[in-house]
Design a protein around this ligand. Structure first.
Ligand code: AMP
Ligand code: MG
Length: 321
C-alpha cells in the first residue's frame, strides 16, 4: 500500500529549494543519498541537531556524520591531512565517510561529535543530496532517517512510516541506489582504521592510503559515545544534586536554578530538554575549563531527550580508570 504523507515533496527544483530553506531555518529534512535516506539538520545549530536525536528516539548521543557539498567546505571544519585529502580526491563525492580531527575554529556544534574532538565528514554524490547541500549552505548532520534501532530507509515511504510528522520535509528522490550505509575510515590517528565496511571496500581504500587496520576493540571505537566513561570532564561529576558543595560548579536544569555564566550554569532555565541537549557538551566544556574540583548536576527528567542526556551524564560521572 503506498504511503501518502503531507510532508513528502518530490525532489524537483521547488522541493529542493523548500527543503534547503527549511534546513537553513533549523528544520529537519529527510533526503536521499547514494547509500540510504538521511535525517538532516544544520550541523552548526545545537538546537537543530538535538531535534535529530529527539525524532529518532535515540537513547544515546552517538556522533553523527556531517554531510558537506565539497572537499573545500569539509576542509573548513576538519583538519584534512595528506591521507584525508587523497581519500577525498579518490572517492568524493561518494559513499565514503572520513573521520578527521576537528579544526579548532570549526563551527559545528559539539553535540554532533558527542563532545569528542574528531568529525566524521562525507561529501555525497547523489544529485538530490548535492543540490540540497549546495543550496542550504550549511554543513548537514544526518544519521539514517529511521527510529533508533529500526532498519535504515531506502525510500521516502520507509521514512514516512518510521518518522511520520517528526520530520518537517521528506524529499522523495526515489529509491537509494546503494542501500548500504557509507564506508567509514578513521584517519585521525597514525594508521587508518576501517570503522564500518560499506560500498567502498578495504582494498579500494588501501590502494590510496596503504594499510588499513581494524579497530582495537570494534565495539568501543565505532561508537565512542558508548564507552562507560567517555568524555569525562576533569572534574568529578555528582548527579541528582540539589545544590553545589563548597568548590563545586553547578549544572542546573529548569526554573529552580540560576545561571551566572560562570560557576552556576543552567542547561535550560525553562526546563526544555531539547534546549538542554543542545547546550550539554558546550556547557560541560565551559565548566571543566574553570578547573573546579567537581560539578554538581541537577536532576533531569528521564523522558524524551532526558534519556540520552542522563545516559551521557552517567558516563561523565562513571568511575575512571
Ligand atoms: P549512522 O549515521 O546512523 O549511519 O551512524 C553514524 C556512524 O558514524 C556511527 O557508527 C558512528 O559511531 C560513526 N561516527 C560518526 N562520527 C564519528 C566520529 N567522530 N568518530 C568515529 N565514528 C563516528
Ligand atoms: Mg543508522
Amino acid at each position: 500500500m503506498p504511503i501518502s504523507s503531507a510532508n513528502i515533496r518530490p525532489a524537483d527544483d521547488a522541493g529542493i529549494a523548500e527543503a534547503a530553506a527549511c534546513l537553513a531555518a533549523g528544520g529537519l529534512v529527510a533526503f536521499p543519498t547514494e547509500t540510504v535516506y538521511g535525517l538532516g539538520a544544520d550541523a552548526c545549530s545545537g538546537d537543530a541537531v538535538a531535534r535529530i536525536f529527539d525524532a529518532k528516539d535515540r537513547p544515546q548521543f552517538n556522533p553523527l556524520i556531517v554531510h558537506l557539498a565539497s572537499t573545500e567546505a569539509s576542509a573548513r571544519q576538519g583538519a584534512l591531512g595528506e591521507k584525508a585529502i587523497a581519500l577525498a580526491a579518490a572517492f568524493w563525492p561518494g559513499p565514503l565517510t572520513i573521520v578527521v580531527a576537528q579544526r579548532p575554529d570549526t563551527t559545528i556544534t559539539p553535540l554532533v561529535s558527542a563532545g569528542g574532538d574528531t568529525l566524521a565528514l562525507r561529501v555525497p554524490g547523489h544529485p538530490v543530496a548535492q543540490a540540497l547541500l549546495q543550496q542550504a549552505g550549511c554543513p548537514v548532520a544526518a544519521p539514517s532517517a529511521n527510529r533508533s534501532g529500526r532498519i535504515s530507509p531506502t525510500t521516502a515511504a520507509h521514512v514516512a512510516e518510521s518518522l511520520g510528522d517528526r520530520v518537517d520535509i521528506i524529499l522523495d528522490g526515489g529509491a537509494c541506489p546503494g542501500g548500504l550505509e557509507s564506508t567509514i575510515i578513521d584517519v585521525s590517528g597514525d594508521t587508518p582504521v576501517l570503522l564500518r565496511s560499506g560500498l567502498i571496500g578495504r582494498e579500494d581504500l588501501a590502494a590510496v592510503v596503504g594499510d588499513v587496520g581494524d579497530p582495537a576493540d570494534p565495539g568501543e571505537i565505532q561508537a565512542p559515545g558508548m564507552l562507560p566513561s567517555h568524555y569525562a570532564p576533569n572534574a568529578a561529576v555528582r548527579l541528582n544534586a540539589t545544590e553545589p558543595h563548597s568548590g563545586e560548579a553547578l549544572l542546573g536544569f529548569g526554573p529552580g536554578f540560576s545561571d551566572d555564566g560562570a560557576m552556576m550554569r543552567n542547561l535550560s532555565p525553562k526546563g526544555d530538554l531539547r534546549e538542554a541537549a543542545a547546550n550539554l557538551f558546550s556547557v560541560l566544556h565551559d565548566l571543566d575549563r574553570l578547573s573546579v574540583v567537581g560539578i554538581a548536576v541537577a536532576p533531569i527528567p528521564e523522558t524524551g531527550l532526558g534519556v540520552p542526556i542522563n545516559d551521557r551524564l552517567r558516563r561523565a560521572a562513571a568511575p575512571r580508570d
